[in-house]
Design a protein around this ligand. Structure first.
Ligand code: SF4
Ligand SMILES: [Zn+2]
Length: 96
């Protein structure tokens, strides 16, 4: 997959990609950090959509883990009005 245009604005652009692809599948401290960063990211919706379009089986995309993405169609989640991501925990996005 070529680098998508939205990646120019990605919060994670200059960060360690391993945070988004933690080795063990559990919610490690670094993956929680990655999720916090995603919640502040301007292109989180595009990022999540890309993962959904490609059925991406690994990593955190748009602030959602692989397991959370797999659960999406079944649970019909509410898309957060603040950040546009269908997360289940509190929104950490500031109002702008
Ligand atoms: S939503 Fe997260 S993984 Fe996606 S571009 Fe933004 S910071 Fe990176
Ligand atoms: Zn939100």
């Amino acid at each position: 997959m070529t680098t998508p245009e939205w990646y120019e604005q990605a919060m994670c652009r200059d960060m360690d990609p391993e945070w988004w692809f933690p080795n063990d599948r559990g919610a490690t401290a670094v993956s929680r950090m990655a999720i916090l960063i995603c919640r502040q990211c301007d292109v989180a919706q595009q990022c999540l959509q890309t993962a959904l379009d490609h059925n991406e089986p690994f990593g955190i995309w748009g602030g959602l883990t692989a397991a959370e993405r797999r659960a999406l169609p079944r649970t019909k989640p509410a898309y957060c009005r603040r950040c546009g991501i269908p997360h289940t925990t509190a929104c950490l996005r500031g109002t702008r």
